[in-house]
Design a protein around this ligand. Sequence first.
Ligand code: CMX
Length: 138
Amino acid sequence: MELTHIEHIGIAVKDLHKAIDYYEKILGVHCYAIEEVEDQKVKTAFFKVGQTKIELLESTDPEGPVGKFIEKKGEGIHHLAFAVKNIEQALEEVENKGVRLIDHKPRKGAEGLDIGFLHPKSTFGVLTEFCENKIEKD
Ligand code: CMX
């Protein structure tokens, strides 16, 4: 398995537009995309800082993963996403080493990436995502 870089850091927020204002007007980074991911029950906003992205996540459903996270823990860092070279192989490899997976097979996430989550109870409390950009490779 090869992790190439930190693809993005996911941050749960209550109000996407207020959070976008902070990143744009105070930190001076440009929001280059807003996208709803229905499957994940979130609306996302993306910023680039070097080759790492910041993904802001506003829940669209209190029963979704981000809605439940905010209810329990409040706003804050929600997950850490690593870019991997081969997501199917990376998920299989960590599972064989005893890590509990949320996704046994990749699914489609924001920006068309293939994504898969590792359970935070198995990863020292950090919800961890693997991402592979198959679009760039086509
Ligand atoms: N980071 C760390 N720990 C987390 C967590 C997070 N983001 N979300 C939940 N947990 C913890 C809970 O606090 C709970 O801990 P305790 O048992 O000590 O209280 C534990 O994980 C299990 O929580 P749960 O109530 O049993 O399960 P949930 O229904 O809250 O689901 C999780 C948790 C991680 C399995 C679920 O959120 C999930 O499947 N996440 C993956 C998908 C996702 O997060 N999508 C949103 C982002 C999409 C995108 O990037 O586009």
